[in-house]
Design a protein around this ligand. Structure first.
Ligand code: COA
Length: 408
């Protein structure tokens, strides 16, 4: 028994958390290579290393995936101080190198010298496709305004296919259910964000983030673009690039008469929060979202105006209405706050009512002895509590958006 536990202990020494040992880096200057402060790790690695996000068989494991800042030319290396051998009774080390090779395209280098040579070629890297938006952000560290450009790219841009193959490798580490897309389907639109920076007096471009959008066909002659993947690379997150990108994409589609509205595939919480802010910011200037109109209730006029002028989907227009109405409501006034609560709960109650109808149908099929009054009461009480909880959660999400609107 004691021998087994010492073996277990030994095995544990050779296990490591893959989110901690994968080291990602976006490199502009050769000195960044050895600068730990520019390294970042994945948020997820379960798609490659299983739900435990563990690699077995190594001590001191480090998986380096370094990318040049613009073109994303890649250096991939695996380091470790020791690896399990036969004394572990045939328990083999995970083949971490093969796992990574499955998701990164060929053509990467493995040596630092080769990588430094690739960095020198960054001067030739130019963003793909036409610029559709330019903006600046003041950078406190640099003490200056930095310029960013959003481009719309497609597969006809030379080198874009290979660049996209490298770019999408980041999805595995930052989107929980990421998968690669079939770029040969010409219904994909690609939007890319780049930062302009200076190196030895020359302007270079660094990749900041991107979005892929699939143009779904809607009978008989319309299109509904659906945001599929959106990623702002971690060193750039929380600086407003996500908001700039989403707003630019909406504005881009506004001029196309055949576009119905923009939707999203399986949106994450972060994305919904971002979208709430962007759409509320856009709608707050529309006449039918004026304070006066907001207090009169949700209207078809709002749906039509948001869709026609900004390509906003009906359900999203409803959320925007609730956010902007919250902002316009004096919640310290019991009457006004009650009116707001009832208005939101009226919408939230929809699925509960459906649930109740289904329960009623089910009861008709049950024998009287299977039904108890108590059961009915529990159902109603639980549903009431759940409704209140959903309302409170929603209002606190909305308050965050209202706060961000105030700072914008
Ligand atoms: C979700 C995602 C796209 C957002 O991009 P982003 O560039 O970080 O978005 P923004 O900077 O516009 O907003 C993010 C936050 O930064 C804050 N922020 C923006 N500019 C800021 C500034 N100058 N100062 C302080 N905070 C700021 C925003 O208020 C927002 O805060 P919140 O999350 O509390 O609401 C990005 O985080 C990401 O790629 N995540 C991983 C992948 C993912 O989840 N994708 C979405 C689903 S596919």
């Amino acid at each position: 028994m004691a021998a087994l536990s010492s073996m277990e202990k030994k095995l544990a020494e050779y296990k490591c958390n893959t989110n901690e040992v994968i080291k990602l880096k976006l490199v502009r200057f050769p000195e960044d290579i050895d600068d730990d402060s520019t390294t970042f790790g994945p948020e997820f690695s379960h798609q490659l290393f299983g739900d435990d996000e563990v690699a077995f068989g190594y001590k001191g494991l480090q998986i380096l995936l370094y990318y040049s800042a613009g073109n994303l030319s890649t250096m991939f290396r695996v380091h470790y101080s020791s690896k399990v051998d036969d004394k572990f009774d045939g328990v083999q080390a995970d083949d971490v190198e093969s796992k990574i090779r499955e998701i990164i395209p060929p053509g990467f280098c493995q040596g630092t010298d080769d990588f430094v040579s690739l960095l020198e070629k960054e001067v030739n890297f130019k963003p793909f496709g036409p610029i559709i938006h330019t903006y600046t952000v003041y950078n406190e560290e640099a003490g200056e305004e930095i310029t960013y450009q959003i481009h719309k790219a497609d597969l006809t841009c030379p080198g874009f296919r290979e660049y996209h193959e490298r770019l999408q490798t980041f999805l595995m580490w930052f989107i929980e259910t990421a998968s690669y897309i079939d770029v040969d389907d010409d219904r994909w639109d690609f939007f890319l964000v780049f930062e302009k920076y200076n190196k030895d007096g020359t302007t270079l471009f660094a990749t900041v983030g991107y979005m892929t959008v699939y143009n779904y066909y809607v009978y008989p002659d319309k299109t509904r673009p659906r945001v599929s993947q959106m990623l702002v690379l971690p060193p750039f997150q929380g600086e407003g690039h996500g908001a700039q990108l989403l707003e630019t994409v909406h504005r881009y589609y506004v001029s196309s008469p055949n576009i119905l509205d923009v939707t999203a595939e399986d949106p994450s919480e972060n994305f919904v929060r971002l979208r709430d802010f962007v759409l509320a910011k856009l709608c707050q200037d529309l006449p039918c979202f004026s304070t006066e109109k907001l207090l009169e209730g949700f209207s078809q006029e709002m749906v039509t105006e948001a869709q026609q002028k900004l390509k906003i989907n009906k359900q999203h227009a409803r959320r925007v209405y609730e956010i902007l109405r919250l902002r316009a409501t004096d919640m310290s006034d019991p009457e006004k706050s009650r009116a707001y609560r009832l208005e939101v709960k009226k919408r939230l109650v929809g699925p509960y009512k459906k649930n109740q109808r289904e329960m009623a149908k089910m009861r008709q099929c049950l024998k009287p002895e299977e039904l108890t009054n108590q059961m009915n009461q529990i159902d109603l009480k639980t549903q009431h509590d759940q409704l209140e909880e959903s309302y409170q959660e929603l209002v606190s999400e909305y308050r965050r958006t209202v706060e961000r609107l105030a700072q914008a």
